[in-house]
Design a protein around this ligand. Structure first.
Ligand code: C5P
Length: 221
């Protein structure tokens, strides 16, 4: 029997969108379904890893054997991730984190008024969780995702360097949010390598194998 690819390893992932409230009933979010991140969490668990999945608001069941931490905002996602990564071998940022949040959250519902102009939104930038984890002295092996609408080869390669991660998974086009299949290009220090379009579950197992073979070997006990 061959040992499982991630036996004895601890993997932390983020998945889904974040939700940034404007007032008690409204907020900013995006169309991420969480399917790719949940498929990767399942594949990591299948590969024998201990898995923590930090998930934004999505309508998906928790994969068997995976510890799930539900959050709403980017700042809650950051806090959950930072509490988990000191013990992790791998961090995979799959979440579509909202780039901005409301500079101030209204405590009461923002009222509509016939004679007043529509409210103006003041936004503040959210923390970049992946870049922050990758910059830690005790950083686990970090993997990022990038969805670009054009010029993937140039933008994703630059993003890998900017985020300081050894491996970045680029989604080809915007044909991924909500879909059950995906087509990606892997970017590492050796350059880009395209994987064929396939279902997210099959792709997740392929990506876990790609990550496992790049992990630094552990010192013998
Ligand atoms: O910069 P961009 O949002 O395209 O980067 C995408 C990658 O960075 C994904 O891996 C995503 O999970 C991660 N990210 C993050 N925190 C942010 C924005 C993106 O961890 N605030």
């Amino acid at each position: 029997l061959r040992p499982k690819l991630l036996a004895g390893r601890h993997v932390v992932l983020t998945a889904g969108p974040t939700f940034e409230p404007l007032d008690p009933v409204r907020g900013l979010t995006n169309r991420s379904s969480g399917k790719m991140g949940f498929a990767l969490a399942r594949a990591a668990a299948d590969a024998g890893a201990s898995v923590d999945l930090v998930a934004g608001p999505v309508a998906l069941p928790t994969p068997w054997g995976v510890r799930r931490h539900d959050i709403e905002t980017a700042s809650e996602m950051r806090a959950a991730v930072l509490s988990l990564v000191p013990h992790a071998d791998v961090f995979i940022g799959v979440a579509a984190v909202c780039d901005w949040r409301a500079a101030e959250i209204a405590t009461d519902k923002i009222k509509k008024s016939v004679d007043a102009a529509p409210p103006r939104l003041a936004l503040a930038e959210n923390p970049d969780i992946l870049a922050e984890v990758a910059a830690r002295p005790d950083a686990p092996y970090c993997v990022g995702f990038a969805a670009e609408s054009s010029d993937l080869l140039k933008l994703a390669a630059a993003k890998r360097v900017r985020k300081g991660v050894p491996l970045l998974v680029g989604n080809l086009g915007q044909q991924t949010f909500g879909r059950d299949d995906n087509e990606v290009v892997l970017f590492d220090a050796d350059g880009p390598r395209a994987l064929p379009r396939t279902g997210k579950a099959v792709l997740a197992h392929a990506l876990i194998a790609e990550i496992a073979r790049r992990l630094p070997r552990r010192p013998p006990p």
